[in-house]
Design a protein around this ligand. Structure first.
Ligand code: NAD
Ligand code: UDP
Length: 320
């Protein structure tokens, strides 16, 4: 298959790129490296992958002239900063990427008559949810002007745009709502909970829990996420579908801190810091739809995934 992955040099995108290369697909990555890195697409690759099947284009999807490219069988639009740390510094970039950028991808998708387009939306469209666990038909509880709104509303606009194109052009457009994902090749300093806690734990520094740690998240290991995205992209008759992809194993942030401390045999203490505005109090995907339509569910349990992540960050430390 001929595949385009925007944001393919990011955390999830680089794993997805590797996955498709291992299937002997031809992959084109368009990425401006604003939060991703070329390194993710170099030492990420095992020897047996055919690098000649990979083309990397350094470009911003907001401005890139996609008409210079041939049609693709499958397009994943993953480009977008995604860490709460970036919601302040990159707020306008996030809004533009999920609006003007996605529109540019959609116009190319339609004009080139490419096969399928999968957009990476997020559990953040549910905001600080009042329904639990979150099903796809829940409309969400989002502060439209708060600090997280660039991302939440950016993705909500993007979903609306996808559906408008779907209704007008009747093409194969699909929306994946991704829940918290973790694993090797997360950016060490991206400020997310797993990268923070693991790096703090392996350096015996205090683990920084925001608030009282009673808020919950449900963490999905990256290989499960990649398989879920692939199953969604390639299962027949899913045009116009919106599907949660994530792991429903819900834990409090304090529980996650304790598990990471235990697995990394860390002497770290736990400290409590102020929590950001609108930080969702609960988050857990209802994945009934993914199980039914895609025959997919996550396989890697939390301790196994965290051990692999700890090993990766220890390896990075040893290289410094
Ligand atoms: P990431 O920041 O590691 O990857 C995003 C990639 O997109 C980076 O390589 C970045 O350089 C690139 N990019 C950003 N703006 C761009 C632009 N305008 N033009 C070209 N490239 C651009 O983030 P990630 O965690 O891999 O997330 C990938 C996608 O999945 C994002 O769309 C994100 O919103 C979504 N998502 C991720 C999570 C998660 O837990 N990681 C959860 C929900 C949704
Ligand atoms: N969090 C924390 N300490 C950290 C980083 C994050 O307690 O060092 C909390 C954060 O407040 C949130 C949860 O962990 O409640 C998940 O945060 P993350 O930034 O990973 O992603 P989010 O789900 O908020 O987008």
């Amino acid at each position: 298959m001929k595949i385009l992955i925007t944001g393919g040099a990011g955390f999830i995108g680089s794993h997805l790129t590797k996955f498709h290369l291992s299937k002997n697909d031809q992959v084109t990555v368009v990425d401006n490296f604003i939060t991703g890195s070329k390194k993710n697409l170099s030492f990420n690759f095992a020897q047996d992958l055919n690098k000649n099947n990979l083309k990397i284009i350094e470009a911003d999807i907001i401005k890139f002239d996609f008409s210079t490219l041939e049609p693709f069988d499958l397009i994943y639009d993953l480009a977008s900063p995604a860490s709460p740390k970036d919601f302040i510094g990159l707020s306008i970039e996030i809004l533009k990427t999920n609006s003007v950028g996605l529109m540019n991808v959609l116009d190319f998708f339609i004009k080139s008559n490419s096969g399928t387009l999968v957009f990476s939306s997020t559990s953040e469209v549910y905001g600080d949810p009042l329904a639990h666990p979150q099903k796809e038909d829940y409309f969400g509880n989002v502060n439209p002007v708060g600090l997280r709104s660039c991302y939440d509303e950016g993705k909500r606009f993007a979903e609306s745009l996808m559906m408008a194109y779907f209704r007008k052009y009747k093409k194969d457009i699909r929306i994946a709502r991704i829940f918290n994902t973790y694993g090797p090749y997360m950016k060490k300093d991206d400020g997310r909970v797993v990268s923070n806690f693991v790096n703090q734990a392996i350096n015996d520094q205090p683990l920084t829990v925001y608030g009282d740690g009673s808020q919950t998240r449900s963490l999905c290991y990256v290989s499960d996420m990649v398989e879920g995205l692939y199953m969604f992209a390639t299962t027949k008759d899913q045009a116009g579908e919106i599907i949660n992809i994530g792991n429903p194993n819900e834990k409090t942030i304090l529980e996650i801190a304790d598990i990471i401390k235990k697995l990394s045999r860390s002497k770290s203490e736990i400290t409590f810091k102020a929590i950001g505005a609108d930080d969702p109090k609960k988050r857990c995907p209802d994945i009934t739809k993914a199980k039914r339509l895609l025959n997919w569910k996550p396989k890697i349990d939390l301790e196994e995934g965290l051990l692999k992540t700890i090993e990766y960050f220890k390896f990075l430390e040893s290289q410094q």
